[in-house]
Write a protein that binds this ligand. Sequence first.
Ligand code: NI
Length: 203
Amino acid sequence: MNTTIKKRLMRTVILCAIAMAIGVGAAYTELKSRHDNMPPPVAGVSVGGPFALTDHTGKDVTQEAYAGQYKLIYFGFTYCPAICPTELQKITKVLNILGDEGDDIQPLFITIDPERDTVDTMRGYVSLFHPRLIGLTGNRAQIDKVLANYRVFAQKVEDPENNDYTMDHSSFIYLMSPDDTLISIYRIQDDADYIAADIAKKL
Ligand code: NI
């Protein structure tokens, strides 16, 4: 191979690498901004409240079903390509790090997309994560109420390429006390080690 061709090839390889890095970066930024565009609720603002939903086994439940337990609550949707599964894996990791200490914590995944996240869909989805994870769905009014109470931002966005829709939504993990008051809110950038250490301090 002569030097000119080598140089040209090298240049192409470098340009491709740069293009890929920019592409990945842009996609990540877009995803992150979609999930990250709401500030966490301010301290002192009341978050949470009573709800009536249906769990992934088809049982109707209210907040009373988890009374007396700490709760780690995440709001998302099963069609989410990246952030929701990552955050649910993070909750699994947090509980694994906490070990016995985490036994009193009930992880809950509440859908923001009840039209697609039926009981059957939720049952299959939660089985991918922590064995104690409970998935909650409901009708539109029930979900809207819990989203409002937890100050969750969630909005359908048409996706013409797929002839379907996706969801823009805020992404926070809520640590609730056994009497349903907000203890902490964790963000996408808080990793499992940080969250586990913070929870251990607060239990
Ligand atoms: Ni998501």
